[in-house]
Write a protein that binds this ligand. Sequence first.
Ligand SMILES: Cc1cc2nc3c(=O)[nH]c(=O)nc-3n(C[C@H](O)[C@H](O)[C@H](O)COP(=O)(O)OP(=O)(O)OC[C@H]3O[C@@H](n4cnc5c(N)ncnc54)[C@H](O)[C@@H]3O)c2cc1C
Length: 493
Amino acid sequence: MSIEHSSDVVIVGGGIMGATLAAMLHELQPDLTLQVFERLEDVALESAEAMNNAGTGHAANCELNYTPVKGDGSLDVTKAMTINASFEMSLQFWSYLLEQGLIDHPGQFLNPVPHMSFVWGQSNVDFLKARHAKLSAHPMFGSMAFTEDPAVMAEWAPLLMVDREKSQPMALTRVDRGTDLDFGKLAHVLFGELEGRAGYALHLNHEVNNLKKEKDGRWRVFVKHRLTGEGREVLAKFVFLGAGGGSLPLLLKAGIPEGIGYGGFPVSGKWLVCHNPEVIERHQAKIYGKASLGAPPMSVPHLDTRMIDGKKALLFGPFAGFTTKYLKRGSYLDLPLAIRPSNMKSMLSAGLHNLDLTKYLIGQVMLSHEQRIEALREYMPSARSEDWTLEVAGQRVQIIKPDPKLGGKLEFGTEIVASADGSLAALLGASPGASTAVSTMLGMMEHCFPQATSPKWRSVLERMAPAHGHDLAKEPELLKRIRDRNDAVLGLG
Ligand SMILES: Cc1cc2nc3c(=O)[nH]c(=O)nc-3n(C[C@H](O)[C@H](O)[C@H](O)COP(=O)(O)OP(=O)(O)OC[C@H]3O[C@@H](n4cnc5c(N)ncnc54)[C@H](O)[C@@H]3O)c2cc1C
């Protein structure tokens, strides 16, 4: 066992969150010493990897679960506005990096793809019409188009309409300023840019096993090389647990009061992947539908154009799966070992209150290939079974939070759990996840880094994320200015 020299910052996990934080911190304060520990042989092999997620730049253009219906029947668009503004923050940071010459052309990780929502049945059509009316009245979604005309739908999304029975009511919305992102590639680009910088080190094949608070307020981080078995300890002033599904077990080990009662429920994903180049070529959109009854919001089906390693692809899903692993390359003991006396109540009660989810997952796991193709045919009636194969996507660990009334509550968002003294923060949950990495990291830094309010940081932040501290939903002129810049630099719009 060797004791390494201390570090200002330790980042656990080489995914998109760790990469974003490392890149931002280096811009804000280049003299910070920063060590990243990644358990696998390369960065971004878990949820950030292109095939492990849907690559949607979540901006609430097409995700119907971000505009829920309120008790009085009206639509709540608050979440849609927040997510749209958060995504714009990510675009601002990437624009900044490009303008500074810190990264090359955006096309290596970002591609413009129209975002659409498709529904059928009168009540769903009424919902989409009301959603369009409310959203398109706001400058954030002013360009959203709506149609109930099958001929227009066939123009916007040909595969949607081939062989479709057109007698039932249908509707489609379209936002051209949508994106497909390769978060894995982006993480590589961000870490690659830091390589060779003074004070920065990335350690691959290094797993963080434990962490302990020292009397002087620093964290002692216990790391093991997975190939040689060699152990090391690092003393850090600040630790970020950006370990994806691996964050919860480490948060529990850290034992900060703010993490007490938290648990996690793993849900895996699967895609149908198209192998017919002619079919792939005929589609150019991300088309989201409505989640089926009892399905968790992240299981909303979508027919997705993707750009992976410069090659166009077509995916449908995700179908849900169940495993007790918290990471795709984790252990079956992850879930049982994460059940502690401190979170047993919330874990059990979340399980009891979500029996419909359990039922849904069992149903999903039992699906045959033909049944999955039937689900695909709701979006692409002409789909042929032989053109599609099933591939495993990434693993999400849904947050279970202590709840005074219920005992425990299952949540589907992304959340930062940070210690009161700001010396440790963990990122839990999965959605909208990667798309909102920049605003999530900014929020976390404000809590954990006292220098976040210093004139030095503020002046960098003003260039890095000009909308930071503003409400884009209420400042249409600023929104326009920021979008014009992002569109020009990133080739959007
Ligand atoms: C099916 C699916 C679809 C999704 N679709 C979208 C989408 O369309 N848009 C979107 O924005 N988001 C989407 N997401 C969510 C998105 O993938 C995540 O929000 C994002 O990848 C999380 O990034 P991360 O860096 O926190 O985690 P990860 O990318 O999982 O990275 C965590 C890293 O930590 C490492 N690690 C774990 N434990 C340890 C340890 N003890 N020591 C050292 N290293 C460790 C892992 O090996 C991994 O490299 C989707 C996720 C899934 C599963």
